[in-house]
Design a protein around this ligand. Structure first.
Ligand code: SAH
Length: 349
């Protein structure tokens, strides 16, 4: 059973794994589903699991199993209802999660790694590299802890926080299985979105393993040369092959793919860029999500001028490309990923 360097986190166990565990401890299999159900309710201790025999709960605790949720080390609340939290795990690792209110319901953006090694030059999460992966259980724990913190139901999960999900592929799949389980949180697969910076083998595998989960790909440029300038991972995963993998994904799954495009002033926001991008994505099942850059201290990039964003959008629309401009939530707090963690450590930002 995969474990983090952390403690034995019971949130990381699937029902089947819990069944093995409880039967090894001489108990009936159905106890596993009871424990799994309690965890999804958000309990933080074995002793809250009232219908489970105390001897079993004591055995689990004696064997080092832990049911706690991460500590909310810092919380920022925005006037628009957005809540950003710096969660701290028992080993001291800190990650960010963001709760957002949308018309279609409440959503959480969770992290998949502590830090990131992809090196995108506009992103705060990657400035100190990768500290460690998160387990599927630690991804689930972010949802449970945020629901507790806000007192609100959460019906959508996007894996767009710190980290590159496809650099931690197996644990992301584990998380999806855990949160989708009807004996637990029971979140629909179509209510989950995974965002990748373009890890091609991950995209190919994902089409097989999780065809109902939404996929977003961070493009941020209309061609290889420009993409390489801001996204070092593009050197390994070239533009043409990436587009081929995306197209195969849509053909195999029948699902629309979302391309994220952060508009950076004077870098990728020209009319020529918009035309070139349209040429790349026209005519197949795609959707372009334009994101005005979140300015990160310590980085030189500036947010797109509003008139340039409008022009960029119009060029795409005129060519029949489905396009939206992401609504900026939490602009009065440190909404750009990785910023809160850096500030907290009093690092240079
Ligand atoms: N590693 C994954 C998911 C995490 S980042 C990925 O790259 O997709 C989620 C999205 O936010 C990505 O599209 C990422 O490129 C974008 N992003 C990162 N820093 C940003 C910033 N300062 N402003 C706007 N978008 C940013």
């Amino acid at each position: 059973m995969p474990q983090t360097e952390n403690v034995k986190d019971i949130h990381n166990c699937t029902v089947e794994e819990l069944e093995v565990l409880v039967t090894e401890l001489g108990e009936k299999k159905f106890r596993a589903k009871q424990i799994f159900g309690w965890l999804a309710k958000g309990v933080e201790s074995f002793y809250e699991m009232h219908n489970v025999p105390m001897r079993l709960l004591v055995s689990l605790a004696d064997r080092g199993w832990y049911a706690g949720l991460p500590e909310a080390a810092q919380v920022q609340r925005s006037a628009d209802g957005t809540v950003k939290c710096l969660f701290r795990f028992t080993d001291g690792a800190e990650i960010e999660s963001v709760f957002m209110k949308y018309e279609y319901g409440n959503s959480i953006c969770i992290s998949s790694q502590v830090g990131c090694r992809m090196g995108c030059t506009f992103c705060a999460s990657t400035m100190d590299g990768l500290e460690r992966n998160l387990s599927g259980g630690e991804m689930l724990a972010q949802v449970l802890a945020m629901r507790k913190l806000t007192g609100e139901d959460i019906g959508h999960v996007v894996i767009m926080g710190m980290g590159e999900p496809f650099d931690n592929y197996d644990e992301v799949i584990r998380f999806i299985r855990l949160i989708n389980d009807r004996d637990g949180y029971d979140l629909g697969l179509r209510n989950i979105t995974v965002s990748t910076c373009g890890v091609i083998p991950g995209i190919r595998k994902f089409a097989e393993d999780a065809p109902q989960v939404n996929l977003a790909v961070s493009l941020h440029a209309p061609n290889q040369e420009l993409r390489e300038r801001t996204m070092p991972a593009a050197r390994k995963y070239g533009y043409d092959e990436l587009m081929d993998a995306c197209r195969e994904y849509t053909e195999k799954t029948g699902r629309r793919i979302t391309f994220e495009y952060a508009l950076i002033d004077g870098v990728n926001d020209s009319e020529e860029c918009a035309k070139e991008l349209a040429g790349r994505v026209m005519g197949w099942l795609t959707h372009v999500n334009l994101i005005p850059l979140n300015e990160v201290s310590g980085r030189d990039y500036r947010k797109v001028q509003p008139e340039n964003a409008r022009r960029f959008r119009e060029v795409l629309e005129r060519r029949g490309v489905a396009v939206t401009v992401r609504r900026t939530l939490g602009s009065d707090i440190d909404a750009a990923c990785g910023q809160l963690r850096r500030k907290k450590d009093h690092k240079q930002i």
